[in-house]
Every structure is written in C-alpha cells, then in structure tokens.
Design a protein around this ligand. Sequence first.
Ligand code: PLP
Length: 282
Amino acid sequence: NEVCLNGEWMKPEEAQISVFDRGFMLGDALYEVIPFYDGKVFALEEHLDRLKYSLSQIRFDFEVKKLVPFILQAVERSSYAEEDAAVYLQLSRGTAPRTHFFPQSSEPNFLVYSFPVKLKDFEQRSWRLLLAEDIRWHRCDIKTTSYLANTMLNDESHRLGLDETLLFRDGKITEGSHSTAFFVKDNVIYTHPEGPEILSGITRKIVIDLCRELSLDIREESYRLEDFENLDEVFLTGTTTQVMMITDIFFEGSKIFSRPEAGPVTQKLQKAFKEKTRNCQA
Ligand code: PLP
C-alpha cells in the first residue's frame, strides 16, 4: 500500500524527507493512531482534538482539519478497505537548520498510512505484564514520537516473553508503555487521573463513559503499589489494545498478580466496548 507524504500518495520507497526534518533530528513531531472498524473510522474527532492539544502544548501552528481527507483516503485506497485497520499519522515541525529553539518558519512534514490490524476477538486474548519504574519525562500528556523511554520499557517485557510493561512512579501506577491501566478492587475501578503523568487515552475516555453508563464505580485516582494485595482485576486499554484482560503481572522476578480468566467487570466492559465500536452488532 502507498503512503501519503505531505498530501501526495506514493510508494513507501519513494517517500523521502530531509535529514534536517526536526522529527528525525530532535523528535520534534507528534503522532496519532486512528482505528477503522469494518472500514469505518472510529472516534476521529477525539483523535483530532488530542492532536490539537499536543500541537498547542509544543507551540506548533497547524490546521488539523487539513489531514482528514488523507486519513480517510488511507483506508479507502487500501486493499483491506472493508476490514479492520488503523491509520498512522505523524506530523513533524518540518525542515529547518538544527536549532534547540523552535524555528520561526518551517514547512511541517506529515505522513499518513494505514495498516491492517486484528481488532476482532480482542476479548479472547490476554496479556502478561512486567511492572517497572516509569523513567519517562514529565509531559506524558503530549503524544510525541519521542518514544525512546517507552520503547526501552516495552522492550524489557518483550525480552521476557511478556506483552507490555506497566509503569509506576512514586509508588503509584501511571499507565502502560503504550496503554492505559485500570484496576478493580472491591467493585471499584481505578485509573490514573489526566495530567502530565499520563497520555490522555481516547480509549480511556470511552471506557470511563461506559463505566458511568453501566453504573460501575469508576474513580480517576491512581492505584498504589501497596494495594496490589487482593487486587481483583486488571485490564489495559488503547486504540489497538481495546480492552485487554491481564492474567499475570511480574515484578522483580516474582508474580504479584494472577487471574487466569477475565473478571466480571472486565467482561462487562469488553462487551459494552464491542457494542460501541461495532455499532451494536453482536
Ligand atoms: N498511554 C500511552 C503511553 C500510549 O502510547 C497509548 C497509545 O499509544 C495509550 C496510553 C492509549 O491511548 P489511546 O487509547 O488513545 O490509544
């Protein structure tokens, strides 16, 4: 499939940007991953709003509406237009002589492409996690491509044959290396409040709304490490992760959480999430 670079569709091997692109040199770039269920875009406005927020935080002027036709074309033009897919969108401040301050004028570079993704049957899958200290910076609310710390952390679990790394800072769980974390204890659901310590997940917001619709007790409060004893359920959320049940969590060589089957709260939310994303189809 072709990729779209600055509004033009071309073969990936033909897509070229300058070595002086600020995304390439400094990680001065933002990104989004937008899901398509059965070929239909889901939560596009929410993703564009988050991109607008990230842009405002890094003093980057860009009209996000300009990207919409290319996001839609990315799937329409693909060979899997009727199936589940996701669009990767990256926007860099553009090409300019390398400076530590933001250049006054630079032409942004944007890249859009789609890829097929298995969104179906997510409730039949499960993940095992590694718990590790959150070594990231203090602006995790900005969806930047500067994900070296996230990839270092994710690679730690990957090397152990696990699926994702759950992060803690000052004794509190923040989120996963590329997902939002939810904890269920005594029928109360906890997730870290929005702020600079986490990315404000689109799926997080959808799941919080579903909790409220289902009259579940959801609290935007961080979960503490010392409360891991007698923890009932853990699930992670994300655009391609959706609502993923967690069966095991490992920390410093021992297993600190184990639950082989999805708990009742996770199951309820998975069902509601599926209905929401599949337009109420069973
Ligand atoms: N937290 C981090 C650090 C992420 O990178 C992601 C997604 O990539 C998420 C949470 C989940 O966000 P969303 O639900 O918008 O995909």
